[in-house]
Design a protein around this ligand. Structure first.
Ligand SMILES: [Zn+2]
Length: 230
């Protein structure tokens, strides 16, 4: 698969539904290259880096994580450079590391989630690590001619939700934040969704990027989210 271009400085490697691989984004500053999400496995990372190489882009210096779910973090041990995550993401990952010491839990994951089962077929090992850098509220990276504003936000999807805003490009990366909570029987907390909608409305952005969809315009996303509230 090929790397896709949103602008001359923002790229993404498309999501892959059969193994639940999320879209991986790449922000090319003059000094620093930032990736968004580490993907679901070492092979996902390798594929992404291969696609970067074909476009003549260097490997990322930093990789920021949108939330702790396996498809966004199980590739983290294999990235180039340093990883950045919210402190709650690391708390969840720490629990996951403890659970993974039990092979019964690994078998449960593989049968419970068909996508995980496919990604980790043939006894490919699941490796989970914590991030190199963690933050509590927000973090701003000067990438060189471009800024990444990384911040925690309430969301119906997970407690550790992190959004990334690139003001110079008017792009907002939302991870899975607009989706329901799969760990709570798919519950959609409409109050949290409202808070998120209000935030999106207040942001000066043209594109809103969700991890498991093609890029959306801000108005397309808002129309869709408001329809869920009714
Ligand atoms: Zn998720």
């Amino acid at each position: 698969m090929e790397l896709k271009k949103i602008s001359s400085r923002v790229f993404y490697y498309p999501h892959q539904p059969e193994t639940d691989r999320p879209m991986l984004a790449y922000i090319k500053g003059e000094k620093v290259a930032l990736a968004i999400d580490a993907g679901n496995s070492a092979s996902h990372v390798d594929e992404f880096y291969k696609a970067l190489e074909i476009e003549g882009l260097k490997k990322p210096d930093f990789t920021v994580i949108t939330h702790w779910h396996w498809d966004h973090t199980f590739g983290m041990h294999h990235i180039n450079g340093l990883s950045i995550a919210h402190h709650k993401t690391n708390e969840f990952l720490n629990q996951e590391i403890a659970k993974l010491s039990d092979s019964a839990y690994i078998n449960f994951l593989k049968t419970d989630d068909e996508c995980l089962g496919r990604e980790y077929a043939e006894n490919k090992r699941i490796i989970v690590v914590l991030s190199d850098i963690q933050f509590e509220k927000k973090l701003t990276l000067n990438l060189g001619g471009m800024t990444a504003k990384i911040f925690h936000m309430v969301s119906p999807h997970s407690e550790d939700t992190v959004l990334i805003y690139i003001p110079e490009e008017k792009i907002l990366f939302l991870g899975d934040s607009t989706s329901e909570d799969f760990f709570n029987d798919g519950y959609m907390d409409k109050e949290k969704l409202k808070a998120l909608i209000n935030l999106i409305e207040s942001m000066d952005c043209n594109y809103c990027i969700l991890s498991h969809a093609d890029p959306l315009t801000k108005s397309d996303l808002l129309d869709y989210l408001i329809s869920i509230l009714d």
